[in-house]
Design a protein around this ligand. Structure first.
Ligand code: PLP
Length: 435
């Protein structure tokens, strides 16, 4: 990895000092949990598919170089410090952009809105902007309520759409109960089960919200035909279909949209809303988007065009970054590269699973989003730590500790995939020695 150490911003404190300050002023239980796991990763220098820790995994250890297969859930699709993205930010700042003014019109929101409309599944032509994924999800649910004049919302058990208002209400009880967050009309169904949705959906519901590949639930792959059935059930009941491709979209499956050919090449479903975040920023300037079909606009904005605003959502700088990212990631050559790397990655993971069938139940995924399901939660957690020690950052799924989720940056090269696979293999082998 290129050494660009810049002591003004990176390494001003030791890992030990950071942990101490973090515990005192940010989040003590988080520090205690990391200590319990024997890790305390603080990213230092970052470049491409890797970053260097300040120390690690423990404060007394020398810095480690980690392949980033966590990518912050798809934030770093273009790797860390992508030179094209950095150049756009520098040029945009030099060229006079700032966050813009949320009450006025914006040249860059107009440009990004048009670009998204050209790339979206057919008929999704309008976009409202935000800062975080949760904000974009909140917007989609809010607009569904305005259009349908109903309150009900159906989401998947184990799914994840964020920790803000309506987004939190769609989540599992573990995230909500502490905050007394039980919204009337919010229901959950098992993912991938059309019959369960059929029994639950009613004319009182405003929307169904689903990730195309639920990451937090364990990188689940729905049976072919499931999303077509969801579409049909929504149409039958006048319910809005919201698809969250915050992790699975933007080329992650090797198709630009997972819902539109990325999950199954012959199944192209058009939702009413498409929600994006994370990778929209390329890890450089936060932005999220809620795109929707134009018939929804009138019920939201007709009486008051200022009824939904976000001061920093859809900032001019964020929009300029997102436009560059979309140009890169929608290029057919780029998607072809993801497909080729995805084949290599999945082949490597499947071989590891075959060689370690006493530990691993199965691997599943598409393109460069893969889940490795272990035979117990303990194996899953130990495997995560063991693979980190071999130099590959990944994590167990938030609602599924038996399954590791692995999402290398989409720019990963063949030789890097080979090294990542070798290291994952070693990590799993080391686990075998313990069991
Ligand atoms: C699928 C999905 N939707 C929504 C969110 C929420 O995004 P944010 O953390 O930016 O609010 C996440 C975050 O992990 C996510 O993975």
């Amino acid at each position: 990895m290129e050494n660009r150490s810049n002591k003004k911003y990176i390494g001003t404190l030791s890992q030990k000092e950071i942990m101490k300050l973090y515990a005192k002023h940010v989040n003590a239980p988080k520090v205690r949990t990391f200590k319990g796991f024997g890790i305390g990763i603080v990213p230092g220098e970052r470049s491409g598919v890797k970053f260097r820790t300040l120390a690690g995994p423990r404060p007394s250890d020398p810095p480690m170089e980690l392949f980033d297969c966590h990518t912050c859930g798809g934030v770093y699709n273009l790797g860390h410090q992508n030179p094209r993205i950095i150049q756009v930010l520098k040029d945009a700042l030099d060229g006079g952009l700032d966050i813009g003014d949320h009450l006025q019109l914006s040249e860059w929101r107009a440009i990004l809105g048009k670009k998204l409309a050209e790339l979206m599944p057919p008929g999704i032509t309008k976009t409202t902007f935000g800062v975080s994924g949760g904000e974009a999800v909140d917007t989609a649910i809010k607009f569904s309520r305005a259009y349908t004049k109903r309150k009900g919302c159906i989401s998947a058990i184990g799914g994840f759409h964020g920790h803000t208002g309506f987004a939190l209400a769609t989540g599992d009880p573990g995230f909500k109960e502490n905050f007394l967050w039980n919204f009337p009309g919010f229901k959950q169904v098992p993912f991938g089960d059309g019959d369960a949705l059929k029994k639950t959906i009613s004319d009182d519901d405003a929307c169904v919200i689903l990730e195309t590949i639920p990451a937090t639930a364990g990188v689940l792959i729905a049976p072919e035909g499931y999303f077509s059935e969801v579409r049909e059930l929504c149409d039958d009941h006048g319910v809005m279909m919201i698809i969250d491709e915050i992790q699975a979209g933007l080329g992650r499956t090797s198709h630009f949209w997972a819902i539109y050919g990325g999950l199954y090449e012959n199944e192209k479903v058009v939702p009413d809303f498409m929600v994006l975040g994370k990778g929209m920023s390329s890890g450089i300037y936060p932005i999220s988007t809620c795109s929707y079909k134009p018939f929804i606009e009138k019920s939201v904005f007709k009486d008051d065009p200022f009824i939904h605003i976000s001061t920093t959502g859809g900032s001019d700088l964020g929009c300029a970054i997102a436009c560059e990212m979309l140009d890169i990631q929608s290029d057919p050559e780029f998607l072809k590269h993801v497909k080729e790397m995805g084949k290599l990655f999945s082949k490597g993971l499947e071989e590891i699973a075959d060689d370690n069938s006493e530990l691993i139940k199965e691997v599943r995924g598409r393109g460069l989003i893969w889940g490795m399901e272990f035979k117990s939660e303990t194996f899953g957690q130990l495997a995560m730590l063991s693979i980190i020690k071999e130099g590959v950052l990944q994590n167990y799924c938030g609602n599924r500790k038996d399954t590791l989720i692995m999402m290398p940056p989409l720019i990963v090269k063949e030789e890097e995939i080979e090294e990542i696979i070798e290291r994952i293999g070693k990590g799993v082998q080391n686990l075998k020695k313990l069991s």
